[in-house]
Design a binder for this molecule. Structure first.
Ligand code: PRP
Length: 183
């Protein structure tokens, strides 16, 4: 796949085909781990909706889905660890096996907060599946997810649900934005 695929993209990090393989592998692993547990997949809006939709179709055991919409307090650039719940779950999680699905983990603070919140509601278990982890030298995310699709560099990464100023979520691949787009 050439970098000419989109005029704003400098480098393609993960092609559609590579994403398909990553998601299929995660789906197979989750199907094995969650056989007979009817997991509740909790997709964290907005970015994770595309990954969650694909992941769910790669899971072969019975499962349910619900959504949470959250937003970080503060300037919206850096995670503060405190998140505002814009939309809460409609499903009772007590006694359920919850699988939190995220598009990308940066500091991990958003998911740490959500895990604490959901844990307080008495689930049978709670785990995290993240499509990507941003590798930041010297930074260790606040949580350690059980299911990780890929590692990406500390750049402006967009596509497959990831946005820059609400754009590029619809790109079917993951790429790095050209600096002139955001500077
Ligand atoms: C992104 C991502 C996670 C969070 C990760 O969401 O979807 O929710 O940031 O950052 P952290 O690990 O440092 O907490 P964003 O706030 O960009 O919202 P979006 O999902 O609507 O794109």
């Amino acid at each position: 796949m050439s970098a000419q695929i989109h005029p704003d993209i400098e480098t393609v990090l993960l092609t559609e085909e590579e994403i398909r393989t990553i998601v299929a592998d995660l789906g197979a692993q989750i199907s094995e781990d969650y056989a007979d547990r009817n997991p509740l997949i909790v997709s964290v809006l907005r970015g994770a909706f595309i990954f969650a939709a694909d992941l769910m179709r790669a899971i072969t055991v019975p499962c349910a889905v619900d959504f949470m919409a959250v937003s970080s307090y503060g300037d919206g650039v850096k995670s503060t660890g405190v998140v505002q719940i814009i939309k809460d779950l409609s499903t009772k999680v007590e006694g359920r096996h919850v699988l939190l699905v995220e598009d990308i983990l940066d500091t991990g603070l958003t998911l740490k907060y959500l895990m604490g919140l959901i844990n307080g509601r008495g689930p049978a278990s709670i785990e995290v599946a993240t499509f990507a982890i941003k590798d930041i030298p010297g930074n260790r995310p606040a949580i350690d997810p059980l299911y990780v699709g890929a590692h990406v560099p500390n750049e402006f990464v967009v596509g497959y649900g990831l946005d820059y100023a609400e754009r590029y979520r619809n790109l079917p691949f993951v790429g790095i934005l050209k600096p002139e787009v955001y500077s």
